[in-house]
Design a protein around this ligand. Sequence first.
Ligand code: 6PG
Length: 238
Amino acid sequence: MSAADLPGEVRVLDDPAAVATATAAWISERCARPGPFRLAASGGSTPRSLYELLASSSFRRAVDWSRWHVFFADERAVPPDDENSNYRLLHDELLSRVPIAASQVHRMEAEGADLAGAAADYSALLAAEAGEPPRLDVVLLGLGADGHTASLFPETDALHVTDAWTTRGRAPTVPHDRLTLTLPALNAAADVAFLVTGAAKADALRGVIHGSVPAARVRPAAGGLTWFLDSAAADSLG
Ligand code: 6PG
């Protein structure tokens, strides 16, 4: 079994910094296309250096931020200034450093008591902003050690939702409550990228190849799927 067995295009880079550089270049190509650029971001530790890089001067100057519309792949049920908030991660590393209009940043409001209502609101927002099914230009995803992606965890109800673009997720670790894009929303995207670094993701990557974990079910119906791995993640399969 090797990284080449993953579904879609596989790019193996030397180290996490090279993963961030390659992903930033890949995003730059896509956001240079005419029209609005709709990106959905994930949390976790892996994309932090990518967000930092996109905010660095060479990218900041080269990108037409006025066409960016930012969405989220998932969010934890915490206030937006909480250290566990995916919005906070993106805000601190990217949004606060580049000229994206606040009206074009669409955070998942997961801090309220009514998570089901918040999920329905975000489904409606996606439909209004990106159509039905929503055509996100780029969705950035991570891979959990258990094979989850966004907040689609193994053996949870969220995996079976087919009648909404956003739903409640339930994580085995705190914060347990989440909002997440559903598989139909992820699979309607124009391009999905997974960022995976480190040997600790070996079992999860094997699960993707075997089709046994949630991330294996991300297969854009009319879009691209690209895996950005560092050599530690890729070699862990060998
Ligand atoms: C989150 C994510 C989640 C993440 C994976 C991988 O909010 O936690 O969206 O799906 O991408 O857990 O996380 P790491 O990048 O930290 O390994």
